[in-house]
Design a protein around this ligand. Structure first.
Ligand code: PLP
Length: 443
């Protein structure tokens, strides 16, 4: 494959954009060296790079695009709204219509506030919880990878430079499906924890009523229980994972798939909490969410069309069906190449990932990079296997075939060593303090 235009763009990008792009998960360091540098077009689950190479894509916009790229009804709804103006000096009528629609999707939600991205709404949920409880500490699930770009979360990662220690000290972490680790925090910091925030699930379902028991603990200790549904929302169930698991959060946050790649996020929750951000009450005011672009009309129109599509079409059922076909097909080829101890497919069918292990059975970034590299050679691009409504049987079959062709190289690398097969350096994890020597100089 020719990547010369991508390479040129990469050199230009890193001269003028720190990181070369605007999302860590899309950075060069997250992909093998042979990955396409820049994409220029998408249609369904297919994307084309700057050099005209075509790929079947997984993950799609960091899991934001569940209906497929350039999904016509959503694009047309956004376009219609734009042609009537994007932003006014008083609220757009669409803000009310979109809010009503959102609340009709999420059963326990009584009020909603929209913003443009997920980090703003998780941050707002914390502020509301702190205001309501008059407490400063926040507890988040430490084995889930991301909640916000804001200091309360990034301060606890390996890339915490620039964040005051005083802020870091206010965040504490617990483990998923480990109730004792949550109880321990309430014991250690009595009357100090404002809220507990977690994703309802990642790759494992909640065990032993974990979510219900965390909620109970929160309420017993006077803390707010928050579910971050950025990924699970519009992927687990039309009403969010909270509906799937029948759990009622005090607050919850949505984004990503809510507008199929357009920028729209939402904080939803109980009236008694949410109302504090309002105008008509006599309690202390909370500066909840307010941005110039918070309610751009086309983002709201896109969101409404997405919700309409979910109501009228079997989006989630189809994602699960296609994901299951993919998981089954991959299990067969992984077994055929006798790599079941090294390559695993994990997660819910609508949200699959792959893991790679080395000769010793340890998780390996090098083998992960090698597998991604080989999949790219065979026309599959993705850091995950997260499917969309647009992945057809043919796409699934071609992905299985790409694995079938990639896995012999993996097997060979287990014998010869990865260096004999990997082109250049390994990909990296985001939360590292310094760039590896391979990332010094120019791309
Ligand atoms: C679970 C979760 N919460 C919050 C966010 C932040 O969303 P955004 O990138 O839109 O700010 C993400 C983004 O990846 C996420 O995965």
């Amino acid at each position: 494959m020719d990547f010369s235009k991508s390479k040129q763009l990469q050199r230009r990008a890193h001269q003028i954009i720190p990181g070369g792009c605007h999302t860590y998960a899309k950075g060069d360091d997250q992909f093998p060296l042979n990955a396409p540098g820049f994409l220029v077009r998408g249609d369904g689950c297919h994307v084309w790079d700057a050099d005209g190479n075509e790929f079947i894509e997984y993950g799609m916009g960091c899991r934001a695009v569940t209906l497929g790229h350039a999904y016509r009804p959503v694009v047309e709804a956004a376009q219609r709204a734009m042609l009537d103006g994007a932003n006014f000096s008083r609220p757009a009528a669409l803000e009310v219509e979109c809010a009503e629609m959102m609340l009709s999707m999420i059963p326990h939600a009584e009020m909603v506030k929209f913003a443009k991205e997920g980090s703003s709404v998780t941050n707002a949920a914390l502020r509301l919880a702190r205001a309501a409880t008059q407490r400063d500490k926040v507890a988040f699930c430490g084995d889930q990878p991301f909640f916000s770009i804001h200091d309360w979360f990034i301060g606890k990662t390996g890339i915490d430079t620039g964040i005051p220690q005083a802020i870091k000290d206010l965040s504490v972490t617990f483990r998923y499906n480990d109730l004792d680790s949550v109880q321990h925090l309430f014991d250690q910091y009595p009357d100090q924890i404002a809220c507990v925030i977690l994703e309802p699930a990642k790759y494992d379902d909640p065990q032993d009523h974990f979510l219900h028991r965390v909620r109970e603990l929160c309420h017993r200790h006077g803390a707010v229980f928050i579910l971050d549904e950025m990924i699970t929302g519009f992927r687990w169930h039309n009403g969010g994972a909270q509906t799937e698991y029948d759990i009622e959060p005090d607050l919850s946050t949505f984004g990503k798939a809510l507008a199929n790649g357009f920028s729209l996020s939402a904080l939803v929750g109980k009236r008694e909490l949410m109302e504090r951000g309002g105008l008509y009450h006599d309690r202390e005011r909370v500066f909840l969410l307010s941005t110039t672009h918070g309610a751009e009309t086309h983002g709201l129109a896109a969101g409404m069309e997405v919700m309409r599509t979910y109501q009228n079409e079997p989006v989630i059922a189809r994602m699960n069906e296609q994901g299951q076909k993919l998981a089954d097909g991959l299990a067969t080829v992984i077994a055929k190449h006798e790599l079941s101890d090294h390559v695993s497919i994990l997660g819910r069918p609508s949200c699959l990932i792959f893991t790679a292990r080395d000769q010793a059975g340890q998780p390996s970034q090098g083998f992960r990079t090698l597998l991604q590299q080989e999949l790219i050679q065979h026309g599959v691009l993705g850091q995950s296997l997260i499917i969309s409504y647009a992945h057809s049987d043919d796409d699934v079959a071609r992905t299985v075939e790409a694995f079938d062709r990639a896995l012999p190289v993996y097997r060979a690398a287990l014998t010869d060593g990865i260096e004999a097969h990997l082109i250049g350096r390994e990909s990296q994890t985001v939360y590292r303090r310094r760039n590896e020597p391979a990332f010094r100089g120019t791309p």
